[in-house]
Ligand binder design. Structure first.
Ligand code: ADP
Ligand code: MG
Length: 350
């Protein structure tokens, strides 16, 4: 090889090398633990420094939200809950709570109260105000459940005037666990846009929002099987969307050898049975999250009506036998693993 050829070969190898590292450097991913779950952020196509700074900003925002909105650890929400239980008027210092309350009340109405973040006492009674759900405890007595149901805590009990909050009903205890992750993903994607990042995924334990693309391809997102063991299906994200799954494979308790879901039917005070996972796609992550919980409560008979009321367009539900229900618009979008295709029922359109 003469000198010239050697130089040319060297340049070609260098260029290929640059291309390969250039491609892998397009994707920046980081994970951190918050909201009791692993949060992953993927960012495509910006310099590493910009991506890392943005991820740190989001991680910091999420830490603050984690404490402000935590249902049972000290913070703004537990102060508010304390004031409610003693019949006091509470002055909001963390203004971020006001839009959360406003949206929660809206979804409460849209879902006929099946999404009811005012039932914190019932959720606590079933032992879900705890990080560790493996410890054994007595199941709640039917009398205690009946007493709380009779007190009927609801979002309509809450009055907001300026920055003053008051609840007419002292049985109200707010728990935003059913929509906080979807809401947080909305805020995170909005923040990324402000920081000049338009291709990203924010994934809070399977509750995610994605925007833009991964280069020339759409973001492809997997939906876990409710048994948690494998990816049941995949969906390509269109533009900017949230995909939220409410499932009881991660958070459940066992009483006398039987599993109880962390989603409670506010009408009966009992953990729900029926659907083991409900996945919703919507542009609004908070709505998708609230709806995933509401449709789980609604069950096979009523999910369709509640989904229509909430304006949901894409739903996939899995029952205890593993049968998958999808509305026609969702059926067009989900790709099942061919070797693990479940029994699929296409429902009425939404
Ligand atoms: P995941 O945490 O699996 O995403 P969800 O979004 O459905 O599931 O949230 C479940 C949490 O919501 C529970 O742990 C509890 O804190 C709260 N919750 C349970 N039942 C209800 C309900 N009917 N309405 C509102 N919040 C609920
Ligand atoms: Mg939810």
């Amino acid at each position: 090889m003469n000198q010239n050829m050697q130089t040319r070969t060297y340049i070609i190898i260098l260029l290929i090398g640059l291309l390969v590292t250039g491609c892998s450097q397009q994707l920046h991913q980081q994970q951190f633990y918050v909201f009791g779950t692993l949060v992953g952020i993927s960012i495509w196509g910006v310099p590493e420094k910009q991506a890392n700074e943005a991820i740190n900003t989001i991680a910091n925002d999420f830490q603050i939200m984690h404490y402000s909105f935590h249902a049972w650890k000290p913070g703004a929400l537990s102060d508010l809950n304390q004031a409610i239980s003693t019949g006091q008027v509470w002055t909001v210092t963390e203004l971020a709570l006001l839009p959360v309350l406003e949206q929660a009340t809206h979804f409460y109405h849209q879902s006929n109260g099946l999404f009811n973040p005012a039932v914190g006492q019932l959720i606590n009674l079933w032992g879900f105000h705890d990080d560790d759900l493996s410890n054994t405890r007595q199941s709640p007595s039917p009398e205690k459940i009946a007493k709380l149901i009779a007190l009927a805590p609801s979002m309509d009990d809450i009055e907001i005037q300026g920055n003053q909050i008051y609840s007419r009903n002292r049985a109200v205890q707010l728990d935003f666990g059913a929509f906080a992750k979807g809401y947080a993903a909305d805020l995170a994607i909005a923040k990324l846009h402000q920081l000049g990042i338009h291709n990203a995924i924010v994934n809070a334990g399977g509750n995610l929002k994605a925007t833009g693309k991964k280069g020339d391809n759409p973001w492809l997102i997997g939906i876990r099987h409710p048994n948690g063991e494998y990816v049941l299906a995949a969906v390509a994200i269109r533009g900017e969307e949230s995909m939220i799954t409410s499932g009881n494979y991660e958070r459940f308790r066992e009483y006398n050898g039987k599993r109880y879901s962390h989603i409670i039917d506010p009408r009966t005070g009992m953990p729900v049975q029926g659907f083991t996972s409900v996945t919703i796609i919507d542009q609004n992550g908070a709505l998708a999250d609230a709806a995933s919980t509401a449709l789980t409560v609604a069950g096979l008979e009523n999910w369709h009506r509640i989904a229509q009321q909430m304006g949901i367009k894409y739903v996939m539900l899995v029952d205890e036998e593993g049968t998958v229900y999808v509305n026609p618009a969702m059926a067009e979008r989900v790709q099942f693993q061919p070797e693990k295709k479940p029994k699929i029922i296409i429902t009425e359109p939404l």
